[in-house]
Design a protein around this ligand. Structure first.
Ligand code: DMJ
Length: 505
């Protein structure tokens, strides 16, 4: 639903020209990393100012019509998702105003809440802010909302239901999925709930979330480590044989290795699940496609499975996987293996780093080969690459300001120190400036294969743009006063919405 009177006249040609000037000026300069970080920070401030002026307290600004939208029940998704980015960037005045809003929030409302979205954006956003600031208000507010979300868990199922009414506590699995649970929805609360339990000394959050893993792990699968996206609520089986690392599944795989990291290596089962999954992803989902157009390197893409049938398609969402493999590899570097899973992680250290790097480069190349400089939402590809130039083509044209590729570039940079990751991230940032900057904020594109025009803006800026995309870009370039990276990845682990949680030691 879109709210708020339109505060803007239609965007004029003169305004468009001014926007283009900002981007071309940036492009014309050779900037140092700290200067690039400053440019990303200015982009954040531009978007935040627009949000504050037209949509403060709403979930999002609509960045072309300069109005507001409430996709997540209007608790201020952009504001909460942005708190830790503001802390990181030292935006004290903006943060003070946002904190005042958070202090007044009341989650006891008669509205249906998506367990997944509310966990990753609201609970995660508040916990990231707590982790970086130590401010107890954020922990208190995260606990308030988590207590409402806990009603998603019931006695009939080990899995949280998709939607829960925050007041009546009535909860359901989605009707559109024949009443089955969705893998990503039940498997992407484990970091947030583990952190919450640790800091509140209340184990109920972690017990409920963590049990989901044990139950899923025991269920029979056609291929070990590959979990179909649709799960029956009583854990008796899977609703389909569709396996993907994309939508409906992605952050489930991401969280397996990250929970092991967050628990400082204590959670053996999550590492076991990760190494099983990593093996099967390598064996069954990785596809290599010759690049006939520009490079000697092959594209390394991920496909999907329907039973035994392989589908050659990849969503932008799957581009988190480069970072996932690199992160697992990074965390094996000082490991003295004691379990089979730890041994496997150490043994695969170089292989996983190489695979992560290839996936990340392939995802970056989807940006290079697109005329907007920004990657489409999904592609299809052929392994008989003499048929189609490049070997891949666009399936879904939209570009939603998504973070997964820059997230992988960030992890790869931190894991290897190779400058090319910074340069690729900078190119993506410049394209965002050129194509997506509006007078009020940043807008997604309807068609990433076309260059900028008013009609091509989709008038949407989801909260993850400030929570993730700009945060990862900032972290790619920013350094502290001693030239050291901010938020080292051996001290913090990032939730699927890029909220940094300090490793629990
Ligand atoms: C974010 O909300 C999270 O990263 C989620 O895991 C996937 N979708 C968006 C970003 O694309």
């Amino acid at each position: 639903a879109s709210k708020g009177a339109s505060k803007a006249r239609p965007i004029s040609q003169q305004q468009l020209d001014e926007l283009s000037k900002i981007a071309s000026e940036l492009r014309s300069k050779e900037l140092t990393s700290p200067e690039r970080a400053e440019a990303v920070k200015r982009a954040f401030v531009h978007a935040w100012n627009g949000y504050e002026a037209a949509a403060f307290g709403h979930d999002e600004i609509k960045p072309v019509s300069n109005t507001s939208a409430d996709s997540w029940q209007g608790f201020g998704a952009t504001l909460i998702d942005s708190l830790d980015t503001m802390i990181l960037m030292g935006l004290d005045d903006e943060l003070r105003r946002a904190r005042e809003f958070v202090a007044k929030l009341d989650f006891y409302q008669d509205v249906p809440a998506s367990f997944f979205e509310f966990t990753i954006r609201y609970v995660g956003g508040l916990l990231g802010a707590h982790s970086l600031s130590g401010d107890e208000l954020y922990l208190k507010k995260a606990t308030e909302i988590a207590d409402r979300l806990m009603h998603s868990f019931g006695s009939a199922s080990p899995f949280p239901r998709s939607t829960v009414n925050l007041k009546t506590t009535k909860a359901n699995y989605p009707g559109w999925n024949s009443g089955n649970a969705i893998l990503s929805e039940i498997g992407s609360c484990q970091l947030e709930f583990a952190y919450l339990s640790h800091h509140t000394q209340n184990q109920s959050y972690n017990n409920a979330a963590r049990n989901v893993y044990s139950v899923l792990h025991k269920m029979t699968k056609s291929t070990p480590g590959l979990y179909p996206v649709s799960v029956s609520p009583d854990a008796s089986g899977f609703g389909s044989q569709h396996v993907t690392l994309g939508g409906l599944a992605d952050s489930f795989y991401e969280y397996l290795i990250k929970l092991w990291i967050l628990t400082n290596g204590e959670d053996d089962e999550s590492l076991e699940m990760y190494t099983e999954s990593a093996n099967s992803i390598e064996e069954h989902l990785v596809r290599r496609v010759e690049d006939l157009s520009k490079r000697d390197e092959e594209f390394v893409f991920l496909g999907e499975l329907d039973g035994k049938r392989h589908t050659n398609q990849m969503e932008h969402l799957q581009c988190f996987a480069g970072g996932m493999f690199a992160l697992g590899s990074f965390h094996s570097r000082e490991l003295k293996p004691q379990t089979n899973a730890e041994q496997l992680l150490v043994k695969k250290r170089n292989q996983h780093l190489d695979l992560g790097a290839q996936l990340a480069e392939s995802c970056a190349s989807l940006y290079w080969y697109s005329s907007s400089g920004l990657a489409p939402e999904s592609i299809q590809y052929t392994e008989k690459s003499d048929l189609v130039q490049n070997g891949w083509w666009t399936a879904q044209t939209k570009y939603m300001l998504r973070p997964e590729t820059v997230e992988s570039l960030f992890v790869l940079y931190r894991a290897t120190g190779e400058q090319k990751y910074r340069d690729w991230g900078w190119e993506i940032f410049l394209s965002i400036e050129e194509q997506c900057r509006t007078p009020f904020a940043y807008s997604g594109l309807r068609d990433a294969t076309k260059r900028k025009s008013l009609d091509n803006w989709d008038d949407s800026m989801q909260s993850f743009f400030l929570a993730e995309t700009l945060k990862y870009l900032y972290l790619l370039f920013a350094e502290d006063a001693n030239g050291m990276p901010l938020l080292p990845i051996d001290e913090y682990v990032f939730t699927t919405e890029a909220h940094p949680l300090k490793i629990l030691r």
